[in-house]
Design a protein around this ligand. Structure first.
Ligand code: GMT
Length: 377
């Protein structure tokens, strides 16, 4: 049995989801998992045996213009590591977790092993920032092991930092006990008639998601046939998007569901999931859709082509090619036989290549190698 510390953002996107689902998988295997965060990760909102939660509290002493969150986090990690005798600390996202974990390790000692998982924008966006770049490099070099969620992210990391240290690709995973094909007919009827296919987009509505492309594709096809579009999630671009929907007179057919804790049943209602991102190191939502039997139409960028196989589990286009995005989406909602074939292949790929048990075993093996010291840095 291992004692594993996990640090992640509690509410932000896929890295927190992956970290929380991994915590559950490890706890089910009998390991003791200690989550260290400033809030309860949203996928861990109830009691799970073998999972413990340690909240980071930040001092608000009056001299601070900016409360020193990173110092408090490092100090909490060190405290949990010492009192719980952690074997390994697994941090998700380089900033600030890997740096704070390294700082904590200075207090605890070298017996605390540190694994950093790079998720995407910690490299593709934050490493462009001169004030963070060297810190990210330090975090990568000082970790006992580094993993990244796609081959493309490994390539980007090497390109950015010229690092020679091995970075291991461990794909994100999906638990098919929760994500599987099913349509709740009465739920579906609340959003669409039988003759109306449902297009869906789920994201954190950052500019990189290009949510206006989703709307454009929808509007083009909506001119030809009845259709519904469901937007799930929330984020900074959402109000602009809502205004655009209103201005174009599409409010009747575009539904905003907002932030949802459990998207498995919602995604399963969709006929096509749209992911026209500009950057995407993996695209966890594409995997969630595939596991539910929903083909994905997206862009051929970053790690998306490692998840979605063009012409088999979805279609991929060049960034911003709205004609192709529309054509492929139309094809999937028009030809039921093609959609059905894609749906079956999507489920098969999700449940084999990205199988939760398989990927959890990869992490478990890495933890043991790092703890036993037989891991090549
Ligand atoms: O910065 C973000 O977009 C959020 C970030 C996260 O923390 O979830 O997303 C990244 O990590 C996910 C989980 O590994 C990946 O599925 C997303 O593709 C990745 N986002 C980007 O690369 C834009």
């Amino acid at each position: 049995m291992l004692k594993i510390g996990i640090c992640c953002y509690p509410s932000l996107g896929g890295s927190g989801v992956v970290a929380s689902e991994l915590a559950k998988m490890m706890a089910e295997r009998g390991h003791q998992v200690h989550m260290i965060s400033f809030g309860m990760p949203f996928r861990l909102g109830k009691f799970y045996r073998n999972i413990f939660y340690h909240e980071v509290e930040v001092s608000d002493y009056y001299v601070f213009k900016y409360p020193p969150y990173d110092i408090s986090l490092a100090s909490k990690i060190a405290h949990v590591a010492k009192t719980q005798h952690l074997d390994v600390l697994h941090v998700h996202y380089a900033i600030p977790f890997a740096i704070c974990a390294w700082l904590a390790k200075q207090l605890v000692g070298p017996q605390l092993k540190l694994i950093t998982t790079l998720h995407g924008t910690d490299i593709t966006v934050l490493a462009q920032d001169e004030s963070l770049r060297d810190m990210i490099k330090l975090a990568i070099n000082q970790s006992d092991a580094v993993t990244a969620v796609s081959d493309d992210l490994i390539r980007e990391t090497i390109e950015q930092f010229g690092t020679k240290r091995p970075i291991h690709r461990v794909y994100n995973f999906i638990d098919n006990r929760y994500y599987y094909p099913r349509v709740n007919e009465s739920l579906r009827r609340e959003f669409a008639r039988n003759d109306e296919p449902i297009l869906m987009h789920v994201s954190n509505y950052r500019p990189v998601k290009r949510t206006h492309d989703v709307l454009e594709v929808f509007e083009r096809i909506r001119k030809e046939r009845p259709l519904k579009l469901l937007f799930v999630g929330e984020g900074p671009e959402l109000s602009k998007l809502t205004n655009a929907v209103m201005e174009r007179g599409l409010l009747e057919d575009v539904i905003f569901l907002g932030k949802q804790d459990d998207v498995s049943e919602i995604i399963a209602m969709a006929d096509v999931l749209l992911l026209p991102s500009e950057k995407e190191s993996f695209g966890l939502v594409a995997l969630e859709a595939m596991a539910c039997g929903v083909p994905v139409v997206g862009t051929n960028v970053g790690g998306i082509p490692e998840v979605v196989v063009h012409g088999k589990t979805g279609f991929l286009t060049e960034l911003g090619d709205l004609d192709e995005l529309t054509r492929y989406t139309r094809e999937l909602i028009t030809h039921q036989n093609i959609r059905q074939r894609f749906s079956e292949l999507a489920v098969e790929r999700a449940t084999t290549v990205f199988n939760a048990h398989k990927i959890a075993s990869e992490y478990e093996q890495l933890y043991r190698q790092v703890v036993q010291g037989d891991f090549q840095i």
